[in-house]
Every structure is written in structure tokens, then in C-alpha cells.
Design a protein around this ligand. Structure first.
Ligand code: GUN
Length: 281
């Protein structure tokens, strides 16, 4: 194996120490940063993510609330809950766990969150700020992925970056962030022709595909930075979108799954919540 590991657990541990220090400093000023997570329904994967978010808050001394709503909750009831949290002074960050049950309008729900409490960065105002380069809340997974890329110490300006996956949660904001770092960005997706021709040019390859082991070593440029955003459950194990063995033989840097981007996502949620609370004092 040639590649060096970008260790999400290690980066998270040192970032969370700093977050915990800043939480203590805020508490001395009478403000305890608070995160509210709304979970509608009982999707097992979402339940795990939501539990991990609550545990993350406790670890750094933040206040956390989980609001469990029934699978058949109405749009009005969901939005009323968001409105209530918008008004709650103890809550600095509001996160609506996605995906929502199919009968609910995700876009309308996200639009109800006050942009300054939108710690996911999914509100249209924050998405627009990211696209135009204005300061705003950056979605957690891309923010964590960029942090890991920066830890390689490489200058990113002018590098070829290829992002696979065009979701609003990962792919699109990731592409915008890499563009902001002056990379030349290609955004690939399910209709992309000759995917490997794109990936083989990538100095930075970000895989957010949702298919276990989809990216193999022969699709990777020697010396690349490979960021695996995939969390796929296969035979009870968590696997990434990248076939680690073959990719690590070619890449210079690689993120493992588990212990890579996933851990960083929650750390960046804590960071976004902390920053939202800091902006209120
Ligand atoms: N579902 C999967 N990832 C995310 C995320 O980053 N935020 C929210 N709210 N839901 C998700």
C-alpha cells in the first residue's frame, strides 16, 4: 500500500478538543450552544446518524435535543416544530434529518429554518452564498472533506478535481468549495459518459456515489488525493464507494471507511453549531 491515510478519527479528536474549549468559553458568557435535530419516521440508518449527532454534542459540552416525529406527520406539524425551534433562544442550530418520509416537501421544510440556524447549510440563502463566494454556512460533509484535503498540505490552486455525485448535500456544494479553492472542477454523475476518463485525470477525486467499491485503482491517477464519501452497508459491514485495496496502491492520500469522512461530518456539524452560537454573542 502506497497511500497515506487521512484519518478522520484523529482530525476529529483534535478539532473537537478545540470546539470543546470554545464551548466552555461561550458558557462563561452565559451561552450554551444548542442543536436540535428533527427526525421524522424510523429509518434505521437515520436513527443511527441522529444518535451519533446527539453523542457528539454531549462530547463537546453542547446542549442537544432530538425531536422524534411520527412517520405520518403532516407538513404543517413539521413546519410548526421548525418555527418553534426558530424562536427558541437555547437552540442555535436546527437540523432536519433527510430523507424525509415521501409525502413531505423537503424544500419547503428546509426553507422554514432561519438561515442563521441552518447548520446543515441547506437553506437556499446559504446555498446561494456558497455559489457566489459570500460567507455563509457550509454543508457539513463537503466542509469535512475539504478540511481533510487541506491536511495533505498540498496547494490546491490549479489542481484537477473530479467530484462524482451531484446531490445537494454533497456533490454540488463540494464542487463549489473546490472551485472556491481555485481547482478546475468536473462534476460527474450517473449520466456521465466514460467516467474513468474523467477520474484518471483527477488530482483530487471525491466519490459520493452510493455504490460499494465502485471506484477501483485503475480509475485513479497515480499520486491522487482520494476522498471516499460513501457509506454503504454490505453484509452487515460499512463499505465506501472506493475499493480501498486497489485505490491505496495508486493514490498518494486516501480516506478510509469507516473512520474517514463520516466522522468528520458530525465534527463539522458541531463546528457549524458552535459558530452559529458564537455569532449570537
Ligand atoms: N442525511 C444524510 N446526510 C445528511 C446531512 O448531512 N444532513 C441531514 N440533515 N440529513 C442527512
Amino acid at each position: 500500500m502506497a497511500a497515506r491515510i487521512l484519518d478522520g478519527k484523529q482530525f476529529s479528536a483534535s478539532l473537537r478538543e478545540d470546539i470543546a474549549r470554545r464551548v466552555s468559553a461561550l458558557k462563561e458568557k452565559g451561552v450554551t450552544p444548542g442543536l436540535a435535530v428533527i427526525l421524522a419516521g424510523t429509518d434505521p440508518a437515520s436513527e443511527i446518524y441522529v444518535r451519533n449527532k446527539g453523542n457528539g454534542c454531549r462530547e463537546v459540552g453542547m446542549h442537544s435535543e432530538t425531536i422524534l416525529l411520527p412517520e405520518d406527520v403532516s407538513q404543517d406539524a413539521l413546519e410548526a416544530e421548525i418555527e418553534r425551534l426558530n424562536q427558541d433562544r437555547r437552540i442555535h442550530g436546527i437540523l432536519v434529518q433527510l430523507p424525509l418520509p415521501k409525502h413531505l416537501n423537503e424544500e419547503a421544510a428546509l426553507a422554514k429554518i432561519l438561515p442563521e440556524k441552518d447548520v446543515d447549510g441547506f437553506h437556499l440563502l446559504n446555498a446561494g452564498r456558497l455559489m457566489t463566494g459570500a460567507p455563509g454556512v457550509i454543508p457539513c460533509t463537503p466542509r469535512g472533506a475539504l478540511y481533510m484535503i487541506q491536511q495533505t498540505g498540498r496547494s490546491l490552486s490549479g489542481l484537477e478535481a473530479v467530484v462524482i455525485g451531484r446531490s445537494n448535500i454533497v456533490g454540488k456544494p463540494m464542487a463549489a468549495l473546490l472551485l472556491r479553492e481555485n481547482c478546475t472542477v468536473t462534476l460527474c454523475h450517473s449520466r456521465t459518459r466514460n467516467l474513468a476518463e474523467h477520474t484518471r485525470r483527477a488530482d483530487i477525486l471525491v466519490a459520493a456515489v452510493g455504490k460499494a467499491g465502485f471506484i477501483t485503482g485503475d480509475m485513479i491517477k497515480p499520486g491522487a488525493i482520494v476522498i471516499d464519501v460513501g457509506i454503504n452497508r454490505v453484509d452487515g459491514k460499512v463499505r465506501g464507494d472506493v475499493d480501498f485495496e486497489s485505490a491505496a496502491a495508486v493514490a498518494d492520500w486516501i480516506t478510509p471507511v469507516p473512520g474517514g469522512v463520516g466522522k468528520m461530518t458530525i465534527t463539522m456539524l458541531l463546528q457549524n453549531t458552535l459558530e452559529a452560537a458564537e455569532r449570537t454573542v
